[in-house]
Design a protein around this ligand. Structure first.
Ligand SMILES: Cc1ncc(COP(=O)(O)OP(=O)(O)O)c(N)n1
Ligand SMILES: Cc1ncsc1CCOP(=O)(O)O
Ligand SMILES: [Mg+2]
Length: 232
């Protein structure tokens, strides 16, 4: 666990934004504008997620997001990593160009060992996991930096998501995980207090920021409600 935490050094993991291009557009903003504002409000990790565009469009979108993060952190010592959802080939292309991007994969996506074979040791790798066998397999690879557990609450953002597991079950899973863990699914500022003290390194949101009238304010409110996450 401590080796995995070492690889996250310097990152404020408490608030992790996963982007949704359609939700940002409905709110009247680009993804990049949303990310710039949310990072200014305190988001410490960004994941680019869009299931409706091809790799070329995803490459362009990710470049915009990387630039938005750089603008938001300019003049500070903040390290705000950008993860790509699935798209290992796009991540490889960006890394070859010298852009420091990272990868999040699910259980049905490119296997973690393959991600490492393609991208090497440097990028952070996140994996969705929700049961003991998945955590054990993740630990056995020695290649997973953090796990995403959820949905913790019901969500409409991810079409194929199962029902929320609730904070109590989440707490059990976090203690089984043996890896740094973030929670995802249906999280907003009213629910964040229920996720304190569960041993998480942070919470992930999509709609709570992408649909917000003011992403900077939404991020600041989420962080105020989460605080230090509660004593681990
Ligand atoms: C941080 C984080 N945790 C979980 C997920 C879900 O990933 P996955 O199960 O691969 O589902 P899709 O996001 O690909 O629909 C995530 N994206 N991020
Ligand atoms: C990508 C993903 N994986 C599990 S739930 C989810 C979507 C979470 O979206 P929201 O924060 O809007 O409920
Ligand atoms: Mg996936």
């Amino acid at each position: 666990m401590s080796a995995a935490l070492d690889r996250l050094a310097g990152i404020d993991t408490r608030l992790y934004l996963v982007t949704d291009s359609a939700q940002c557009a409905e709110a009247g903003r680009t993804v990049a504008e949303t990310v710039r504002s949310a990072v200014a409000g305190g988001v410490g990790i960004v994941q680019v997620r869009d299931k409706d565009i091809d790799d070329t469009e995803f490459l362009v979108l990710t470049r915009e997001v990387v630039a938005a993060v750089a603008e938001a952190v300019a003049g500070t010592d903040r390290r705000v990593p950008v993860f790509l959802n699935d798209r290992v080939a796009v991540a490889g292309r960006l890394r070859e160009e010298g852009t420091d991007v990272h990868i999040h994969v699910g259980q049905s996506d490119t296997p973690v060992a393959e991600v490492r074979a393609l991208l090497g040791d440097a990028p952070l790798v996140g994996l969705s996991a929700a049961e003991d066998a998945e955590f054990a397999a993740a630990r056995a690879t020695g290649a997973v930096d953090l796990v995403g557990i959820g949905p913790v609450f019901d969500t409409t953002t991810k079409a194929d998501a199962p029902a929320g597991i609730g904070p109590d079950r989440l707490g059990e899973l976090v203690s089984q995980a043996g890896l740094p863990a973030v929670a995802i699914g249906g999280i907003d500022a009213t629910r964040v207090p229920d996720l304190r003290g569960l041993g998480l390194i942070g919470v992930c949101v999509v709609s709570a920021i992408c649909r917000a009238a003011d992403p900077e304010l939404a991020a600041a409110e989420l962080l105020a409600a989460y605080g230090d996450g509660g004593a681990v």
